[in-house]
Ligand binder design. Structure first.
Ligand SMILES: [Zn+2]
Ligand SMILES: [Zn+2]
Length: 334
């Protein structure tokens, strides 16, 4: 290409040569703009970081208290070497952002991870008009179609109530950052007590420091007598499944909340008694809607079902291509 692109992918990540900044770099760089605090997007070792203000405490928890971090709200433009850079709500997790870059009238948007259905733990996704849209495609297959979350949580509440009636503890697993808070903010606290695993308690504390509102929950620490657990809900990361940590909750029933709990998730579903299809990513329809609403001419498709989704977009008449990144959506949802 004769003219330099506003963004390019190199061995360190998504790079803007004009502003000399990276977005979600996978190797340490001089200047990193972070879309959100999930570990595949926010990696340690860069000299300085810029991120949304709601993710300040969680980024410091994960990357180190001494990182050099500049925070911003949504929409305020920051001009770096004539490139106007702004953050826009991605609806994925608390503080998640799409990054908009504008230079000489040309606009690019990097989606990071996003979800088109709103929830109370983050600002709802907003489409941003652009010429080139770099989109994720974690669930970029037509088979992925989410139910409204009200329906999912009605099922979760029903499952919890049934377990409670049988004197069982309900252990619901979901990713510690994002999914866990969405669960806590959405279940019916009238059903019983809510406990959390230590990993979830740490993330909660960081997000609450930046203003996230959650219902009261108790850390399921060693000082809690076992008789407290029957009838309660315990929210834990998937890594706690089938570990000795779970013994104290016996008798219990287990469940997992993830986008992978749908028809294609049989292998993963076998590990738990029940699966709830709940994702912090857009489903097939959400991805298509998001692309359309940007009004873009060109789409670059990153992590997920990149081949299928980019081919589909080409068939819709868009200039679409796959790009290789090191983001790992599996890590997030499981
Ligand atoms: Zn993510
Ligand atoms: Zn991701």
């Amino acid at each position: 290409m004769a003219q330099k692109n506003l963004l390019e992918i190199n061995e360190c990540g998504i790079y803007c040569p004009q502003a000399d900044v990276y977005i979600d770099p996978w190797k340490p760089v001089d200047s990193a703009i972070i879309t959100h605090a999930h570990s595949d997007h926010a990696r340690p070792g860069s000299r300085k970081y810029m991120a949304h203000e709601d993710s300040e405490a969680i980024l410091k928890l994960r990357l180190g208290q001494d990182i050099q971090l500049e925070t911003t709200d949504y929409y305020t433009p920051h001009t770096i070497n004539s490139v106007r850079i702004s953050f826009h709500p991605a609806g994925h997790i608390t503080g998640s952002a799409q990054i908009r870059l504008e230079y000489k009238g040309e606009i690019w948007v990097v989606s990071g991870d996003y979800k088109t259905e709103g929830d109370s733990t983050c600002a709802p996704f907003e489409p941003v008009r652009c010429h080139t849209f770099i989109t994720e495609s974690t669930f970029g297959l037509p088979v992925f179609k989410w139910q409204p979350q009200e329906e999912v949580f009605r099922e979760v509440n029903k499952w919890w109530k049934e377990n409670a009636a049988m004197g069982k503890t309900s252990i619901l697993c979901g990713y510690a950052l994002g999914k866990a808070q969405r669960i806590l903010a959405s279940v019916d606290p009238e059903i019983g007590k809510i406990f959390v695993h230590g990993a979830v308690a740490n993330v909660n504390a960081a997000l609450q420091q930046n203003g996230l509102k959650l219902p009261p929950v108790t850390y399921a620490g060693p000082d809690i007598p076992r008789k407290e657990y029957p009838g309660s809900l315990v929210v834990a990361p998937p890594s706690a499944l089938n570990t000795s940590w779970m013994r104290k909750f016996s008798p219990y029933s287990t469940a997992m909340a993830s986008g992978w709990m749908n028809t294609r998730g049989t292998r993963r579903r076998r590990a738990v008694d029940k699966g709830f299809v709940l994702s912090d990513h857009a489903d097939w329809q959400g991805l298509n809607q998001a692309v359309k609403e940007t009004g873009c001419e060109r789409v670059l498709v990153t992590h997920g079902y990149t081949a299928v989704f980019s081919r589909w977009l080409q068939e819709q008449g868009l200039n679409a291509q796959e790009v290789q990144t090191l983001y790992n959506e599996e890590l997030e949802e499981i």
